[in-house]
Write a protein that binds this ligand. Structure first.
Ligand code: PMP
Ligand code: GLN
Length: 379
């Protein structure tokens, strides 16, 4: 068999979580909470199952959930979207991203990514016959370089994939970045896939969103995930918002990839969002507190803490501790101190020479964070 993805192995998340389980290590690698979601939401899900919401939902998602999403978007961003024609519920943000790329990318189309990038974008582009071009975010503060970006655009460029707040770096774009992006692509026939799964997990000023940019929102598909916003990564319920003509194409793919997403989970989320429309308002403060617990506990360690403005990931530079490359260092750390992390080089096409940085997930109980920090401080 000739592989369609010869350079792809098993994801780093599967590998590191398996290693953490095997060695009984504290798992700060794959991003998921170790605390339970809101009990009222769990009760709604079990009621939805027990009262018979167990067959296919409409292909586009339960109308009640699409209405609730439209209200969420209006409440947070002041953008009015049509729940009928512009919102599609998917099996996680992953499915939404995959569908969008499959729907838009033709053989030879070019897609611009920012390096480092979340691991699912490039394989999805490759499978669709597209070619990824990467523009490297600046060292340390991971900012986009708009001149370098503009120089990558060609007549073949069809899509730009952006992600803010950003996994793996925790950096966040500013409104001026969205404006620079718009200035660069406005006169070209280019779409934007905006991965905003961490939209509510940002610290300080409110996160920028394509939803708030009048020009970009006419050309963009915006993805989010209830997995992140309600601490339910295993439910795999996400959604994608795009202008009607793009949504028509997206749904052509979605109807054959999954057709629909688990109906009782959609029902539970819809009821929850309608009962508690402000449920995600406190998410930033909630995770900021966890970030600060971890940062304070590591302040005197030999790790250097990089800035973290959003997401539930903290980057650590370990160059004062080891000369190992980051993959080897993460494997060594699991064995040596029983803490699993993610090497950041795996998100790059070309990681900067000599960069020694790992990612820790702080979506964890305070006790988990303190125990991990105490082990890390011994290095
Ligand atoms: N994009 C980014 C940046 C992510 O971090 C994740 C989840 N870790 C996803 C997409 C996929 O989200 P989901 O689990 O809802 O498929
Ligand atoms: N997005 C999660 C992370 O960055 C992992 C999701 C997965 O394992 N597919 O850790």
């Amino acid at each position: 068999l000739v592989s369609k993805l010869p350079s792809v192995g098993t994801t780093i998340f599967t590998k590191m979580s398996a290693l953490a389980a095997e060695k009984d290590a504290i798992n700060l690698s794959q991003g998921f909470p170790d605390f339970p979601p809101d009990a009222r939401l769990l009760a709604r899900a079990s009621t939805a199952i027990l009262t018979g919401n167990n067959q296919y939902s409409p292909m586009t998602g339960l109308p009640m959930l699409r209405d609730a999403i439209a209200q969420l978007v209006e409440r947070h961003y002041g953008r009015i979207v049509s729940s009928q024609d512009e919102i599609t519920v998917t099996s996680g943000a992953s499915e939404a991203i995959f569908d969008a790329i499959a729907a838009l990318i033709r053989d030879g189309d070019e897609v611009v990514l920012f390096d480092p990038a979340y691991d699912l974008y490039e394989p999805a582009v490759t499978l669709a016959g597209g070619i990824c071009k990467r523009v490297t975010l600046t060292a340390r503060d991971f900012r986009p370089d708009w001149q370098a970006f503009a120089s990558l655009l060609t007549d073949q460029t069809r899509l730009v994939i952006i992600n803010t707040p950003h996994n793996p770096t925790g950096s966040c774009w500013q409104a001026a970045d969205l404006e620079s992006l718009w200035q660069a692509i406005a006169s070209h026939d280019i779409y934007v896939l905006s991965d905003e799964v961490y939209e509510f997990i940002h610290f300080g000023e409110s996160a920028v969103s394509v939803h708030k940019h009048a020009g970009l929102s006419t050309r963009s598909l915006v993805v989010s995930s209830f997995g992140k916003s309600f601490h339910l990564t295993g439910w795999k319920v996400g959604y994608i918002i795009a202008p009607a003509e793009l949504t028509v194409e997206l749904r052509k793919v979605h109807q054959f990839v999954s057709f629909c997403t688990a109906t009782p989970l959609q029902q539970a989320l819809a009821e929850h969002l309608l009962a508690l429309p402000d449920a995600s308002d406190e998410l930033g403060a909630f995770y900021q507190q966890k970030r600060d617990v971890l940062r304070r506990a590591l302040a005197d360690s030999r790790f250097t803490l990089l800035p973290c403005d959003g997401t539930y990931f903290q980057l650590l530079d370990y160059s004062a501790i080891s000369d190992l490359d980051d993959v080897a260092f993460c494997e060594w750390m699991v064995d040596e101190i029983g803490v699993a992390a993610i090497p950041v080089s795996v998100f790059y096409q070309q990681a900067p020479e000599g960069q020694r940085v790992i990612r820790l997930c702080f979506a964890k109980e305070e006790s988990t964070l303190l125990e991990a920090a105490s082990r890390l401080s011994g290095l």
